[in-house]
Every structure is written in C-alpha cells, then in structure tokens.
Design a protein around this ligand. Structure first.
Ligand code: KE4
Length: 430
C-alpha cells in the first residue's frame, strides 16, 4: 500500500504541530508506524491522501455511529450554514437538542452544552465540588475523562491511591484531590467511600470503560456504587462520552437501569462536530452560572452547526429498531471475530464487548480492570494493526481503545473484514 504522500505530509506536519497531530493517539506511536492522512470519508469507508481506502472501525473514536457523511446529518449542517456559523447568542437549535437529550436520558432533567468531552467532565466535577462543598474526586484506574488536570492521574499502586501527577505540568496540589481505585473492585470502592478522612465530592466512572480497551462493569458493580454514593451523599457522575447514544438511546444508564446524579456526553451528540454536554437533576444543574454560583462558559458552546448535526444524528438514532439492528449485526460480527482470534491464538486473545463497541485484547484475559488490561501484548497488537491497515482495515492505533461498528458497515464490509482478519492472524502466528 503506497503511503508516500501521507509520509511527506506527516514530516511537514511534525515541523508545525507537536508530534504532527492534534491528538496524541493519532500519531500511531504505540503501533510502530506513521499515520496515514485522511482526505475524506463516506459511509463505512475512509480514504487517505494516497488514494487508499479502508473500512473504518475507528469511526472518529465513536461519533460516527451512522457512518461518515450521513446524508441527513450533512444536509442539516448545510442548512444551518445558510444562516451563518456562530452568533454567541442563544439559538432555537440548542433548545431542540437539549430537549432530545433530556427526553433520551432517564436521569437528565437539564443539560449544558460545551465543545468537548473534556469540557463536559471538567465542568461536571467543578459542579459536584461546588454543590457539595467537598473537594475529592474518585475515579478508576484506566478511566479516561479527557485531559483536564484533575483527571491526569496515573493509576498508582495500592488500594487507595492519592493522585500522583500523570503528566508534567499538573501540580501535586491539583491531583492530591483525585483518588484512583481499581475498576470493578467493590471492596476497594466501599473502603474508599466510607473512609471518613476523605471529603469526597463525587465519583466519576465510565459505566462501560472504553479507555483501557472495553471493560464492562461487573454484575452489580454499578448498582452497589449507586447505593453507596446515595447513602453517603456523594454525587455519582457517569462519563457517557463513549456510551451515550452508543450502547442504547438512553446510554449505559438506561441499559443498566442506574440513574447517576450527573452525566457527561460527547462524541455522538455532535454527529462529528465539536459538542460535549453535562446534565443531571435540576436541583444540581441550577448551581451552574448564570442561574447559580458555579462558573462555566464557552464561546462556541451550543454552536448552531454542531447543534444541527447533533439533532439530525439523534433523530436518526431514535428510529424504532435502530439499536436492535446495530446490536444484532455487532453480535454476529463479534462472535465470528472472536472465533478467528481463538482459532489462531487461543491462549493470548480475549474480547470484551458492549453492543457495538468492542476490544480484542492480545492477552489471555479475562480483562476486567486496568491491571489485567495491562497484561496485553501491545507489540502483537502493533503487528495486528499494521497488517490490518495494509489489508485495508482501519482500526484504533492503540490496544487500549475500542473498535466501533456503525450502521454503515454492510454485511459485505464485515464479511471481508473477517476474511482479512483470518489471513492476518495466519501471518501473526508465523
Ligand atoms: P474529548 O475531550 O476528547 O472530546 O473527550 C474526552 C473523553 C472523555 N470521556 C471519555 C470516556 C472519553 O473516551 C473521552 C475521549 N476519548 C478518546 C479516546 N477514547 C478520544 C480520542 C483522542 O483522545 O484523540
């Protein structure tokens, strides 16, 4: 596969942009190759600047659940564009999308739009701290909630980890209020939350983890988390930036029947344009400026083009049977994909999946938390990634991410992907 133009673009980009990319994972560092530059996308395919085309399972890291350039979404953006791009004033479209989000998510009575998932989670923990008057945020090892300082905490060893800076530039003073504990570990959870020396404002969790690879909550884990936080007056924040409108129209909270106090959204609700959101009970959201004292703002929050894209996306997702169809297709594909992995590497592959997002780990498994995920053979994943891309299948350039199936993936796309996967596995075991 020729990638000369991508290679020269990457060299130039590296002279202008740190690492040549505007988000680190795109640089493909962990899979031992350079990125290809994408020129356009349509349906289930992306096309690079050298004219190569790929079946896309990154889906822009989740947003493109309908597939790329979905006609109704593109039309909605074009229509909104006729009226201008940004006014810095309230617009009708914000009400429309807010209503759709409130109608879809069981726990959300009021919502604020921002421009990224990071802004959503950053604002949600500020709100939790402002509302409770307490400072400590509990997160989970391997949980990723965007790049706000409070979240860049390396999962330290030991039961209760007082945050240690996970990145230079994040002062100890910031992360000392962040505690990271193992995902799916009820004992550690209860021990932490009941520790009276800790003035805990909130727990933030990915109700299905997607950033250590896909890891589902253990049976009863979320229910116990909800019960404990309710009993102890700690706010529960669901970071549904990936799972929102992915695992069901009502997100993970509807799928698992757990109502958090606050929910963070992103990705799909923007239909490919920059949108994040946080929402929850009116009584809590009323603390947000200008109604309440907790400040949060944004020049392009509620941008009309993004609102139009989000509205058209959620309209399509609300069609009866959308998720049943997507999940049935995903069930069939995932089972066949897993069988191929097991046929060639029975002792060092496993798969986690929730609906239409999955991860094939190059590890014996089971992968139930960060520690077990870290046992993955990331070199083997790198070889898998490079061979699959050379075969025209575009996967996440990192073991600890998700593979997303969209409504645009045809039976033919999936059948060809399985064939190519089998031939790649044959190469990997040589
Ligand atoms: P953004 O700021 O990237 O829009 O959202 C941050 C975020 C928050 N919460 C969860 C659960 C997330 O998964 C993310 C972002 N996800 C990553 C990859 N899984 C985005 C890709 C990237 O960083 O380039």
């Amino acid at each position: 596969m020729k990638t000369d133009i991508s290679n020269s673009m990457f060299r130039k980009a590296q002279t202008l942009i740190p690492g040549g990319v505007n988000s680190p994972v795109r640089a493909c560092k962990s899979v031992g190759c350079d990125p290809v530059f994408i020129e356009r996308a349509a349906g289930s395919r992306v096309y690079d600047v050298d004219g190569n085309s790929y079946t896309d399972f990154v889906c822009s890291w989740g947003p493109m659940i309908l597939g790329h350039n979905y006609p109704a979404v593109a039309d909605a953006i074009r229509q909104a564009l006729e009226n201008g791009t940004s006014f810095g004033a309230p617009t009708p479209l914000e009400i429309d999308l807010a209503e759709m989000v409130v109608d879809a998510l069981p726990s959300v009575e009021m919502v604020r739009f921002v421009s990224s998932g990071t802004e959503a989670t950053m604002s949600a923990i500020r709100l939790a701290r402002g509302y409770t008057g307490r400072n400590i945020v509990v997160k989970f090892d391997g949980g990723y909630h965007g790049h706000a300082d409070s979240f860049l905490v390396k999962a330290g060893s030991g039961v209760i980890t007082l945050g240690i800076p996970g990145s230079p530039g994040v002062p100890d003073d910031i992360v000392k209020n962040t505690i990271s504990i193992p995902y799916n570990n009820l004992e550690k959870l209860e021990e932490t939350l009941r520790n009276e020396e800790l003035d805990i404002a909130c727990v933030i969790i990915e109700p299905v983890a997607g950033n250590m690879g896909v890891v589902a909550p253990a049976p009863g884990f979320l229910k116990k988390l909800r019960k404990l936080t309710e009993e102890l007056g700690i706010l529960l924040i669901f970071d549904e930036v990936i799972t929102g409108f992915r695992v069901s129209l009502g997100g993970a909270q509807a799928k698992f029947g757990i109502n958090p106090d606050l929910t963070c959204l992103g990705k799909i609700i923007g239909g490919g344009l920059p949108v994040g959101a946080y929402g929850g009970k009116k009584e809590i959201m009323a603390y947000i400026s200008p109604e309440g004292p907790v400040y949060q703002a944004g020049t392009l929050s509620g941008n009309p083009l993004a609102m139009a894209a989000g509205k058209a996306t959620l309209t399509a997702l609300s069609e009866p049977g959308f998720y049943d169809k997507l999940d049935a297709k995903s069930d069939k594909f995932a089972e066949q994909l897993f069988n191929i992995a097991q046929k060639y590497m029975p002792d060092n592959t496993c798969m986690n999946r929730v609906g239409s997002v999955l991860t094939t780990f190059f590890a014996k498994g089971p992968v139930t938390d960060f520690e077990s995920a870290m046992k993955s053979d990331t070199n083997m994943y790198g070889r898998y990634y490079r061979e699959m891309r050379a075969a025209g299948i575009y996967l996440a350039p990192a073991q600890f991410e998700g593979m997303f199936i969209s409504a645009a993936h045809s039976e033919e796309d999936l059948a060809v992907t399985l064939e190519k996967t089998e031939s790649v596995f044959r190469k990997l075991i040589k």
